[in-house]
Design a protein around this ligand. Sequence first.
Ligand SMILES: *Cc1c(COP(=O)(O)O)cnc(C)c1O
Length: 387
Amino acid sequence: MCVRREVASTEGFQSFSTPVYRASTIVFPDAQSYRDRSLRFPDGYSYGLLGTPTTRALEGQLNRLAGGVRSVLVPSGQAAISVLMLTLLSQGDHVLIPDNVYPPVKQFAEEILRRYGVEFDVYDPVKLQSLGELIRVGRTKLVWLETPGSTTMEVCDIRSIVRVAKECGALTGCDNTWATSLFCKPLSLGVDIVAEALTKYVGGHSDVLLGALSFASMEVYVQVREQLANLGVGVSPDDCSLALRGIETMSVRLTHMQSIALEFAQRLRNRRGVARVIHPALPESPGHQFWRRDFHGSTGVFTIELQTRDTSLIDRALGCLELFAIGASWGGTRSLMAPMTLDGVRTYGTDHPGANYLRISIGLESPTDLWQDIERMLAVLQLESPE
Ligand SMILES: *Cc1c(COP(=O)(O)O)cnc(C)c1O
């Protein structure tokens, strides 16, 4: 027996939400158009893995925010970076990575790129002299940027890095997860490709993993789409629908988180137990001048360096938190803290050896309650801290 599907009329129906179009099979009107399906590449629909109207809607929104020619979606922020590098780099090529990069990127370079004969060097994102010295003309195909950097949050001089890379014929790619396209548009500063972990602020609710790449040129876009098809990497339209919902509130979430985070950062500056507050909008933070020049705002994540080196004291202090949860993958509605050390991770002294850091992500809880939580934590940290 053949089950025919009833198709409901959409007449008179209109809603704000983007429908979730799920598909593996894309149905073609006739045999000839099926035979010609490769002509639909790179933007059209030919197989569910390569996109449905839901994924295209999200790509379109992200691209408009980023100011690019196209965007593509991938299953995570890390996948955005790895797919891009696997697309652009071949045996014998060389890539430059900043010292304060999201740590799994260094690991990807060490464990995967090296295996495929791609060499990499780490450059100092603060003293750009090392960048010029490390570039290998003709072989350096990509200079990676992340600004602000992970944990130590140095804001780099995007424009100067782009200039150095362009002079040597290298492309530039920038991880823009912290600022999002609302607060920084690296493509408008000359960067060729922007990566973003939508897992963070776009998703915004700690329940979806997604990443995106946005491009200044059609050429790189087409290469990445081809690579995604070769790798068999696509995203779920259901996840995209969560990201589309997240985008609707991203601006108000970020505006709120920005003001609470900055206020807390300022209050923490003079507190016993806190050695240093690193927040790009504070004048003493590394690269603050570049933040002022290139960014339109700051978001909800900042770092404090603690005075104590006693990790059991830190663990006890974090154990007193009632509202802040302990965990990674910030950017959601719930506030988070994550203790970090950088020993053995950095090459250029962008960290303080032996230092303990706390990455703080401000969520949407009551700011008064959040601050009380921080006071509880500080009270423990101060027990054994010097004056
Ligand atoms: C979280 C994060 C990533 C990775 O995103 P996932 O979706 O978790 O893979 C990459 N870069 C930065 C700066 C991040 O914060």
